[in-house]
Structures are given as C-alpha cells and as structure tokens.
Write a protein that binds this ligand. Structure first.
Ligand code: ADP
Length: 558
C-alpha cells in the first residue's frame, strides 16, 4: 500500500508537471504570436506612411533595415507582385488569391492570414494593408519567433520539472509514511481505542465486533476442551482417539500409562506406533479404520483390558478411530471364582448325597440286618444334616454375593452379641470340654445385627470345634482408638504355618476328615470375610499348630 500511494503521488506530480509545461508553452507561444502580430501590424502601418512619402526607393531601404525579420511585399490590384523583399517579383506568381490580399481588395482596410509559406517553408503570419495608390502592402513574419520564445523558456521549464519531481519523490515518501503510519500502528485487538482515521471507524467497529464474537467462541471452545480434558483425564478407562492415518489426536493418562508411554511425553499428532507396537492392538485399529467395530481382551501391565475399537465417521467417511480400554481383571477373576464355586458346590453336594443314596438303596434292598437299620438311619440323618448345613451356607454366601442380604445398618453391641452366641454354644462346648469366656465392654458398631451374629457364631463355633478337650475359648469385644476390635482366641489345634490365609477360601479345609466329623462346610470363614468386608472391617489371623488360633476383626469408627 505504501508503494501504491508513493507511485500514485509520483504519477500525479509527473502529470501535473507535464500539464503545466504544456500549458506554459502554449501560453508563451500564444503571447509571442500576439506580440509578433502586433509588431507586424505596427510596422505595416509605419511602412505605409513611409511609402506615401518616400515612394519605391523607401521599400529598398526597408529591405536592408528589416533583414530577415519581415518580408515586405507590394502587390498590384490585379495580384501581380510589384516588390518583394525576399524574392524576385518577376518570378513570383499572382497573389490575387491570397486571403489577406482578397480581404483588402474586397474593401477592407486590412487583411490577415496564417499559413505555410512555400517561399519560406514555415508557418507564416501575413498582414495586408491597402495603400493610398490602390496597391496592397503585405508584411509577413514567420512564427519562428513564437517557437523561439517557447524554446527559450524550455530549459527553465525542464529545470523546474526536475526540481518538482525530485521534491515530489521526497514528499511522496514522507506522505506515504504519514498515511500508512497510523494504519500500521492500529491495535487490532482493541480497534475502537484508536482514532486514527474517522473514515475507518465503521471498519474498526466491525473488527471490534468480530473480535468480541471470536473471543466468545474461543472461550466456549476452551471451556468445552477443558471439560473434555477433565472428563478424559479423570476416567479410569483408557481413551485413545486416532485420525485416519493412525496419528494420535487425544490420549488420556490411563491409556498412556497402560500402553507404556512416557508420562511426561506429549504423544499428540504422533503416529500410534511411536506409542505401542502391540500387534493385536494394531489389528483392532486397522479394523476400526476400515469401518468395522472390533473388540478383544488384551493383557497390559499384568492386567486384562477389554479393548473396544470403533470407527469415527462424519458425512459417511471414516475420520479416525476411537479406542476404549476397560479394566476387566476383577470381572474375569470373579467369573473364574464363580466357575470354580459352581464346580465345588456340585462336588460338595454330591458327596453326602451319594452316601445318603447308597444307604437308602441298601435299606430298600433289604440288605441291612435289622440290628443295623438304626445305625444306617443315623448315618442318613447325619449326611442329610451336612447337606442341609451346606445348602444353608451356600444360600448365605450367594445372598452376600448378590447383596440381597443387605440390611439397614443400626447400632449393634458386639459385646452383647458375643454373650448371646457363647450362650448358644454352651452345649457343644460342654460336650467337647471347652471353656468359653467373654471379656471386654459394651462395644457399639454400626451394622446389620443378623450378619454380625453370623460372623460371631462362625468364629466361636470354629474355636470350639477345632479345640482340644480341656481347652478354652476367649471372646473379647472392645472399643479401640480407630474403631472397635473383636477377637476370638482359642487354645485349639491351630493351623499349619503357611495355610492361615487359605482358610478364608471357599470350601477350603485344613483337614477334610476332621471337618467332616465336626460337620464343617468349608464356607464358615468365607462368610466371615464377606460380612467383614460389607462392614468395612479388616480380618486378621494368627495361629500356631497345636497351640491355638486368634482371629481378629477390626471395625472402622462409626
Ligand atoms: P468349616 O466349616 O470347615 O469349619 P471354615 O471356613 O469355618 O469351614 O474353616 C475353614 C477351615 O479352617 C476349617 O476346615 C479348619 O480346618 C480351619 N479352621 C477354622 N477355624 C479354625 C480354628 N479356630 N482353629 C483351627 N483351625 C481352624
């Protein structure tokens, strides 16, 4: 723009200089011409007066006087040239047709004309005057003098033009800077603050309006981006968004960590292979970028992830792929546990049922002596009892698993519960010659009374069951600094070293034959652990073979 302004101003100045030169030349020319005419007319008048006094000889004298300035011609009324200062009169053609001569002959006092003279071969001014003797006096002067005047001022005009042009160059540069300066200094962030040119104010206010609307849109966009960032960053699931060339558009921390990416590296716009070279994952991505949804369970960092790869389409064209990584490790473990549990349940149920069916078959077939019938019936009864206990425990565990056993939490005094349970176990304890005592103080926790009763019963029952004759069981319930503590300690057979944690597994029994005798199902401690979990309590076990066992349940503060 600066160049354009500069060029326009130079062009303008050049045009002005040329126009001025032409006009000045025209004016100089016109003025010189007028002066020349006046002079010719004045001289003609003087000569006519001279002629009337001096006759023909006067003209000869004049020829010497004027030299080249004027051409003097005397013409007879019939057009014949009587005298000419520049040529031989006899050789000259008839001048009757000359307009200036015609004008005089037609009665005018004088006549004039401008034309190219063949004799002088220049543009010439002719002035004719009627003389007293009837002849015509004609004076001619070439227009060279007028041109001469123009030419005489030409160097001056050229000098002026050059000076003007040089000045214009300097001024044009300055003017261009002056015009452009305020435009360059415009603060487009706050265009309305500038009052550079009044004419620009509609444009500037429009820019300001657009700035405001762009600002608003940018704020909305940033807020949305921030929302998305927060959402994806706080997702425990991995999220990966790729473009159609498998370059990373978005990746959240979870995905970056599980795919083994550097935590402080920015993977945005890098190819997926820079992050991971997992072949199975690449296959999923290829499928998704090919337009098909693909799904697989893949191991990453020691855990199992369900990876869902979906194509991202817009206007029916595939723009990229979205990958979601869901941690299914727990789900798979739970499924595995359920499968094992079902297999164990079938097995555990089958054993007593096989016995019952065998005894019943023998009874029905009359293969049992009368004296043994009672004994067989007793075995059927005890196996049926085991079966019943087993089924009851399975039902309890499934309820706990499903969460249907949940009860409204209420304050429960563990010390009171312990006393009631010990009372219920008084008979079996007496049979086994085990002394059971309760110690501690009222200890109130928030929980489900029936569940806490079950937990307490299972622990005390085990302590009695796996005890020795003359042994003891001590149940204690006490509030602790960080909640409440329940402990069941016995002086029983204990658990071999290394197996203490396994006793909480479903159907696990240290000694299957002993457990069978005591009517154990192998589910009691699983139920204890489950109930403790529901109450947010921690179960710990200490045991020494042939010395005794202590199981503690620590409840959190209410
Ligand atoms: P069960 O119905 O067989 O008693 P549990 O789940 O209650 O099933 O216990 C699992 C196993 O842990 C028992 O079979 C037993 O071998 C062992 N056990 C549990 N409590 C005690 C204890 N107080 N002393 C010794 N062994 C125990």
């Amino acid at each position: 723009m600066r160049k354009r302004i500069f060029r326009s101003m130079c062009l303008l100045a050049l045009t002005a200089v040329i126009l001025t030169s032409v006009l000045v030349s025209a004016m100089v020319y016109a003025r010189s011409f007028t002066e020349m005419k006046t002079q010719v007319q004045r001289e003609a008048a003087l000569i006519s007066v001279g002629l009337s006094h001096g006759g023909e000889d006067y003209l000869g004298a004049l020829q010497i006087d004027y030299g080249d300035d004027f051409r003097i011609t005397r013409i007879r009324r019939d057009g014949m040239v009587l005298f000419d200062s520049d040529a031989e009169p006899g050789r000259m053609e008839n001048h009757l047709s000359r307009p200036e001569v015609q004008a005089v002959l037609s009665g005018q006092w004088s006549g004039e004309a401008v034309r190219r003279s063949e004799t002088m071969d220049t543009k010439t001014y002719y002035y004719a005057l009627a003389l007293a003797d009837g002849t015509v006096l004609r004076l001619a002067s070439t227009m060279r003098s007028a041109f001469g005047a123009v030419l005489s001022v030409a160097p001056l005009m050229v000098f002026i033009a050059v000076v003007v042009l040089l000045l214009t160059l300097l001024l044009a540069r300055r003017m261009a800077n002056l015009i452009i300066g305020p435009l360059n200094a415009l603060d487009l962030e706050h265009p309305e603050r500038d009052g550079a040119y009044e004419e620009l104010s509609p444009l500037l206010s429009r820019i300001a309006q657009q700035n405001r609307s762009i600002g608003r849109q940018m704020r909305q966009l940033t807020a949305r981006q921030e929302e998305f960032r927060l959402l994806s960053e706080n997702m425990s699931e991995g999220l990966l968004l790729l473009d159609r060339n498998a370059a990373i558009l978005t990746i959240n921390n979870s995905a970056q960590a599980l795919l083994g990416g550097d935590a402080d590296r920015d993977y945005a716009s890098q190819h997926f292979l820079q992050l991971s070279r997992d072949l199975q994952l690449q296959k999923l991505i290829e499928k998704a970028l090919g337009g098909d949804r693909a799904e697989d369970t893949l191991p990453f960092r020691g855990r199992q992830y369900q990876v869902i790869a979906s194509p991202v389409t817009a206007d029916e064209t595939i723009r990229g792929a979205l990958l979601l990584f869901l941690d299914v490790t727990e789900r798979q473990q739970a499924e595995q546990m359920r499968r094992e549990f079902s297999a164990n349940v079938s097995h555990e149920l089958k054993t007593p049922l096989t016995s019952i069916s065998g005894y019943a078959e023998m009874l029905a077939g009359g293969m049992v002596r009368d004296g043994d019938i009672k004994m067989f019936a007793g075995r059927i009864y005890s196996e049926a009892g085991r079966l019943l206990a087993l089924i009851q425990d399975i039902i309890k565990l499934s309820r706990l698993d499903e969460g249907t056993a949940q009860e409204q939490a209420e304050p429960v005094d563990l010390y009171e519960v312990a006393k009631q349970v010990v009372e219920r176990l008084a008979l079996p304890a007496a049979e086994r010659q085990v002394a059971v005592t309760v110690e501690g103080e009222p200890t109130v926790v928030l929980g489900a009374p029936a569940m806490l009763d079950e937990l307490m019963f299972n622990l005390c029952d085990n302590a009695v069951k796996y005890n020795k004759a003359g042994g003891s069981v001590t149940v204690s319930a006490r509030p602790a600094r960080d909640g409440a503590c329940l402990a069941v300690r016995d002086t029983g057979i204990g658990i071999p070293h290394g197996l203490t944690e396994r006793v909480f597994e479903r159907f696990y029994r240290v000694d299957k034959s002993r457990s069978k005798d005591t009517g154990g199902t192998g589910l009691g401690l699983s139920i204890v652990k489950h109930i403790a979990q529901i109450h947010g309590a921690q179960v710990s076990i200490e045991s020494k073979e042939q010395v005794g066992t202590c199981i503690r349940v620590k409840f959190p503060p209410n």
